[in-house]
Write a protein that binds this ligand. Sequence first.
Ligand code: VG1
Ligand code: CO
Length: 548
Amino acid sequence: MNQTLLPVTEVTCTPYDDQRPGTAGLRRKVAVFQQPHYLETFVEAVFRAASLPAGARLVLGGDGRYFNDEAIGRIAALAAAHGVSELVIGQHGLLSTPVASHLIRSRRADGGFLLTASHNPGGPEGDFGIKFNVASGAQAPEAMTDRIHELSRQVTRYRVAQLPPLDLARTGKIGLPGLSIEIVDSTADYAALMQGLFDFDAMASAIRGGLRLRFDGMHGVTGPYAKRIFCDLLGAGPESLLRAEPLPDFGGLHPDPNPVDAAELVAQSLAADAPDLLAASDGDGDRNMILGPHSFVSPGDSIAVMLAHHRHVPGYAGGVPGVARSMPTSRAVDVVAEALGLPCFETPTGWRFFCNLLESGRIGLCGEESFGTSSAHVREKDGIWAVLFWLNLLTVLGQPLPAILAAHWHRFGRHHYQREDYFIADAARASELVEELRASLPGLAGQSVPGTRILAADEFSYHDPVDGSVSDHQGMRVLLEDGARIVYRLSGTGTSGATLRVYLERHSRQPNAIAQPPEVVLKDLATLAARIARIAEITGVHEPQYRI
Ligand code: VG1
Ligand code: CO
């Protein structure tokens, strides 16, 4: 018998065919989500695929982008009709991605819906997205997202409970028949989690002693967390925060923490009176960019430096069992792991692939090249955590950031790294390029290229050591005899056309080469990468849109 006491209505609809989640959830233009029943169809498919226990508890919140609050109300109505008895919702509808993961774990929830399209633009003309995370706080695994897609094509009816309008601004409990809703200020929970990992006294004392921090929230979800942690708890002044108010359209900008979209922060890092640590996070607060005076920490270097010094940070003083990086991430962390005698796993792009390794205790730190790093404290990447890790390192090492980087390169060599994004408006051309490149892989090994030869070329397949699942077609890689590497893959987070990502990497040990900027060291490799994949010839696109 149905226990729901709220009135429930049944709605009939025609299924959609395009609801396959990508690298991190379903992302579409807002206008697509606004089509009748579109959101409900996907959420209904999630409920069918997840088979939650009766009386389940769910976490609900998002990055505050346009459509966030409306989606919360509509998901709550479906949840109640599915017998969910408790909802934990972020105040103002806001939860950063790592905080949502933390709340699912700490509240022992059965899962959660994260409303975000991450670094994609927001506003009525922008993008929206939905991700479902399971009880461990991790994103739904691939088998489940495949199932969600399959089920979404069969949704011809769904049920919604009639809920009163929810006041998301007021924290506290709302008791409804059969459903309890708690609106939470998540900054307190998150600050407590961070206080358990980092030395807040030492960081506060360094800030009192003159250490200057600048954090750019890019009008995403991190502003309130940053204010609470950096200003209220660590004593940084208000000038430390830029763009710290969450806005539904992110101020019309792209909330992506990279040197192109956070150019103002980069300019500040190059000024004569640059702060000691500068950082930015993305729309949903899971990415980070770290800068110091006249220096930029590449994402691959960030995880490598963290690993090299992790025992100086209280939450990691006992050591980590191992590390992991996504395949396209630079191999800088591999070199450190080897020196420390730790296992280093290579996973496909997408945070969900780290989660089995984290959950089974095989790794304690992991990172992606797309400005994402995190640890076993949650099951998502975590932007503010990364900033605190670096702040804690600056404090305990007592050296400026550029000196920490220089010492790292001196010891381990430097992995020069760049990602090139080719936007290809006609997705069919992009697929053609991938097919042709795949077909050419077996013939590449042994070919001479300027200055060296191709050692190997293959397509990455991942065998998950924990659940035995296999994920094919996870990027194509070309290894050169001099150790350099090219990786190609198509983005799985865009909402129009296709984006070909080309990742370039070269490990340098000579001081002269170490001192050169990546664009100089990788120039030849970029030309070679474009030639091997015949990018211009097949797609008509001659230059990458982004070179990061
Ligand atoms: C991109 C990044 C990937 C990241 C994903 C989600 O995916 O490359 O590393 O996990 O975004 O990040 P893709 O398929 O476009 O390359 V986020 O910050 O959007 O949750
Ligand atoms: Co993100």
